[in-house]
Design a protein around this ligand. Sequence first.
Ligand code: QAP
Ligand code: CO
Length: 171
Amino acid sequence: MKLPIITYPDKQLKSVSKEVTNFDTELHTFLDDMFETMMGNNGIGLAAIQVARPIRALILCIPDEEGEQKKENLLEILNPLIKTPQGVTTYQEGCLSVPGFYEDIERFESLTLHYQDRHGKECTLEANELLAIAIQHEMDHLEGKLFIEKLTYNRRKKFEKEYKKALKEKK
Ligand code: QAP
Ligand code: CO
């Protein structure tokens, strides 16, 4: 089932998400729904809070060299923890909860991720490039943070003006 995505400035996006403790069929159905929702909206990553559930769950499906998103490349990441972040890189980020807006954001270049899969199994992952960036973007959602909060004061002002204008035109 495709779920509705919450968009800025909805206050729910500020929630700090809670640890996942039940790795049951209900969670699996929810993760399947998240995948359908992400793919149906041309996303490469989605955090649970973006579909109104404040749990420490995120999914990622990074396109391959051909630009294709394959289900075999789907990552379901629960209760993630970043270890040994290294380097700095910049990427023009977007977010399904901030539609139509993209800005350059600084992130760590590489990291090691500890997390649990849908069965609660402990996993470790070495990430760099787009995967490392996407992990950090989605993990910010778990803390109630959006990428626009990383903009300088002036860029943030420009964003608020443009976004409000776009919202009005959509109505
Ligand atoms: C997060 O973002 C991300 O504005 C995932 O109109 C962003 O999937 C990870 C999207 C950058 C790494 C780098 C945004 C789709 C999708 C839009 C997304 C839109 C349609 C964003
Ligand atoms: Co996002």
